[in-house]
Design a protein around this ligand. Structure first.
Ligand code: FE2
Ligand code: FE2
Length: 289
């Protein structure tokens, strides 16, 4: 089955909703590419988890927007969302229990059908009610996958974040890119090995680095040690990821100089919340001059 290309024909005319739909399309395409991947379990698990979270988040955003627009078919649309969310959840649970129980092709067939039937048909039906409706646009903009904002707090400026992702697994790097672009990050560089990562860090400034524990035959821990010893980069916030479940990994990562540690498969929401926590902690440590 071919990957899906986003086209304007799929636009519902509300930028936040289109952005969610693009993220969902991107995740489904990653699922496609993850089949047969070296780290298939971690990659597929991360894609399914992200899909589950994005589906929940997106449906809540869309329902809020339809309420604001007084869309007459809200109840039927919401029931459709509940059925789809349940099917995605069931797929993820079956995969978690026994990865051989979920046939990748069935999974893709379902998700493609979901996109074509739901985004291109059911979602299109509300277009006329929400386009140009100020209250609907405001309602769509209030939601964030990282959870409700503190009252009065400005939304985090994801668009201004400069981020380096170091992972030899191209599929995993692309999943990270989709999740991050989904919240508005524009400046993401991917480095597949330590040499490229170091050269990229020497060449330009970043606000954050996310690195894998194993980068090919090399060690992400070595890269963290290099960063910490670097005269200019010593304070760069670092999140280290690991695809290997070992109890002491977190302690080893933090002792090596990482600020945060997460295990794959990663949760999209968990990743974004972890990055927000890390950046706000660093901002408090180093208030602007
Ligand atoms: Fe939708
Ligand atoms: Fe929908």
């Amino acid at each position: 089955m071919a990957a899906i290309s986003w086209s304007e024909r799929m636009s519902v005319g509300v930028p936040q909703i289109d952005a969610d739909h693009k993220t969902l399309v991107g995740l489904i395409n990653h699922l496609h590419r993850a089949i047969g991947d070296d780290e298939e379990y971690a990659t597929l698990g991360s894609v399914l988890k992200a899909l589950e979270e994005y589906a929940d988040h997106h449906f809540a955003r869309e329902e809020r927007m339809m309420v604001a627009a007084r869309y007459p078919s809200l109840a039927a649309h919401t029931r459709g969302h509940a059925r789809l969310a349940q099917e995605v959840r069931a797929l993820k649970e079956r995969y978690d229990r026994d990865r051989t129980a979920v046939r990748a092709k069935d999974c893709l067939d379902f998700l493609h059908k979901w996109l074509i039937d739901h985004i291109c048909s059911v979602d299109m039906d509300y277009r006329a009610w929400v386009v140009g409706h100020e209250g609907a646009a405001a309602a769509a903009g209030e939601m964030s996958i990282t959870g409700p904002r503190t009252e009065g707090a400005a939304p985090f400026d994801w668009a201004g974040l400069r981020l380096l992702v170091v992972d030899d697994n191209a599929n995993f790097g692309q999943i990270m890119r989709t999740v991050l672009e989904g919240v508005g990050v524009r400046d993401i560089e991917l480095a597949p090995d330590l040499e490229m990562a170091k050269a990229t860090l020497e060449r330009r400034a970043f606000d954050l680095m996310v690195a894998d524990w194993h980068v090919g035959a090399e060690s992400g821990l070595e890269l963290v040690a290099w960063v910490r010893a670097h005269p200019r980069l010593g304070r760069l916030p670092v999140l280290l990821l690991s695809g290997h479940e070992r109890l002491r990994n977190r302690d080893v990562a933090l002792a090596a100089g990482a600020d945060e540690f997460m295990e794959k498969p990663i949760s999209a929401r968990g990743l974004l919340i972890c990055l927000l926590r890390l950046l706000s902690r660093r901002a408090k440590e180093e208030p602007p001059a």
